[in-house]
Design a protein around this ligand. Structure first.
Ligand SMILES: [Zn+2]
Ligand SMILES: [Zn+2]
Length: 361
C-alpha cells in the first residue's frame, strides 16, 4: 500500500478541497478556510539539463499504479495509472500521494486553478457554438460523454541559448522586359511586357537565439495536436510545488521523459530559429539548405498546469476538449461539415471569378 496525504479540517475533521482562486484550502462541511502560504516560484529557476541527464539514474519515467487504503471508509483502491492525486472512488475523500523522488523528478511549481468548473462549462459551450464549419446539428446533438474533470497536467519548460550555422540562398526580385505575342483585332503583334524574375545568390552565416520557458507537454494523456494550445500559460503565477493545491483535483505524473521533453522543445525552437535564419538571409525570398544548431546553457523545470478536461460525443464519435484552468480558454477536437467547407470554397471562387471578369471589362 502506498502512503498518501489527506488534508483535514481542524474544526470538524472533514475533507479540505483546494478553494479555486483563493490560495486556500476550504472545508467541504463547515466552510472553514485554511490559507496556503503563497510562495511564488522564482521565474529564473532552472535546473541544468546536461548535468541532470548525466547524473540521473532514472531518465525513463516509471509506470506508476498507486494502491491505497482509504483511511476514511476502509476500502482498498488503485489510482489510475500515473495519477498521484485523486478522490477515493467510494467515499470521495481527497488523497495526494507525494512524488517519490527516488524514481521521478518532483514538480518544481504548480499553477493553481483559477477557473471554476461552471466557468469552464460555460467556456466550452461558447467554444462549441462559435465553431466555424461545424455541422448544423452539432449544437443540438453534442452529448457530454464524461463528467468534466479538474486535472493538473505536467509540463516541461526549457531555456536555451542556441547558435546556428546555416547555408542557403537569398533571392532578390528584379524586373525585365520581354516581348510577348498579343492578339490585337485578330492579328498577332509583339508587345513589351514587364516581368518579375528572381536572382539567387548563395548565403551562409550564424544566428543566435535565446529561449526562455519553451513549454511542452509532459503527458501523453492529450494528443500532440493540443501542444500549441497547452503551451500558453502565465508562468509568473506559478507557485512552488505544494500538495495542498492538488487536494480535490486529479494530478498526473510526467510520462514524457526529460530527454523526450527536450526533443519536443527543440522542435518548437527550430521554428523560431528558421525565422531568424530567414531574416538573416534577407532579400525577397529565402531558401534554407542546412541549419546546424548548438545548444548551450540548457535549463529546465517541471510544472503542473490546471486543466478542465472532458469529451463530447457526436454521431457515435468521441471528441476530447480542454479548458485552460488559468485563463478559461477552450480548445478541442471537433467535427467538420464538409458541405459547409465546399459551400464556402464555391462562394470564394465565385467572388474571385466575378472580380476577375469585372476587371477585364
Ligand atoms: Zn470543517
Ligand atoms: Zn474512501
Amino acid at each position: 500500500m502506498t502512503s498518501y496525504k489527506s488534508f483535514k479540517c481542524n474544526q470538524c475533521g472533514s475533507d479540505l478541497d483546494y478553494a479555486i482562486g483563493l490560495h486556500s484550502l476550504k472545508c467541504i462541511s463547515c466552510g472553514q478556510v485554511d490559507p496556503i502560504e503563497t510562495e511564488p516560484l522564482d521565474s529564473y529557476l532552472a535546473h541544468d539539463y546536461q548535468q541532470t541527464v548525466n547524473h540521473l539514474s532514472y531518465l525513463d519515467p516509471v509506470i506508476v499504479n498507486h494502491e491505497l487504503n482509504c483511511e476514511n471508509c476502509g476500502a482498498n483502491f488503485t489510482l489510475p495509472t500515473n495519477v498521484h492525486s485523486e478522490e477515493c472512488p467510494y467515499c470521495d475523500m481527497n488523497v495526494v500521494v507525494p512524488v517519490d523522488n527516488q524514481r521521478l523528478l518532483a514538480p518544481d511549481g504548480v499553477m493553481p486553478f483559477e477557473v471554476h468548473q461552471h466557468q469552464a462549462e460555460e467556456s466550452f459551450k461558447k467554444w462549441l457554438h462559435g465553431l466555424w464549419f461545424a455541422p448544423t446539428s452539432l449544437k443540438r446533438k453534442a452529448i457530454q460523454a464524461e463528467a468534466i474533470q479538474g486535472s493538473y497536467m505536467p509540463l516541461w519548460a526549457f531555456d536555451a541559448q542556441v547558435e546556428s550555422d546555416y547555408t542557403g540562398q537569398r533571392g532578390d526580385n528584379y524586373y525585365t522586359t520581354v516581348r510577348v505575342p498579343t492578339n490585337v483585332n485578330g492579328k498577332t503583334v509583339m508587345k513589351n511586357q514587364t516581368v518579375v524574375k528572381i536572382r539567387w545568390r548563395n548565403r551562409s552565416g550564424r544566428v543566435f537565439n535565446q529561449f526562455d520557458d519553451v513549454v511542452v507537454m509532459g503527458s501523453y494523456t492529450l494528443p500532440l495536436k493540443f501542444q500549441n494550445f497547452l503551451s500558453q500559460w502565465d508562468l509568473f503565477k506559478t507557485q512552488k510545488y505544494n500538495e495542498k493545491y492538488l487536494s480535490g483535483f486529479r494530478s498526473e505524473l510526467y510520462q514524457v521523459s526529460l530527454p523526450d521533453g527536450f526533443k519536443l522543445a527543440k522542435e518548437v525552437m527550430y521554428r523560431t530559429i528558421r525565422q531568424t535564419v530567414r531574416q538573416d538571409i534577407g532579400g525577397d525570398h529565402q531558401r534554407i539548405h542546412s541549419i546546424d544548431s548548438t545548444y548551450h546553457a540548457v535549463g529546465f523545470k517541471l510544472m503542473l498546469a490546471p486543466m478542465w478536461i472532458s469529451a463530447f460525443n457526436y454521431k457515435k464519435k468521441s471528441y476530447r476538449y480542454v479548458i485552460n484552468g488559468q485563463n478559461g480558454k477552450a480548445y478541442g477536437e471537433r467535427p467538420w461539415s464538409i458541405y459547409k467547407i465546399i459551400g464556402a470554397l464555391l462562394l470564394v471562387t465565385t467572388i474571385a471569378v466575378s472580380i476577375y471578369m469585372f476587371s477585364q471589362k
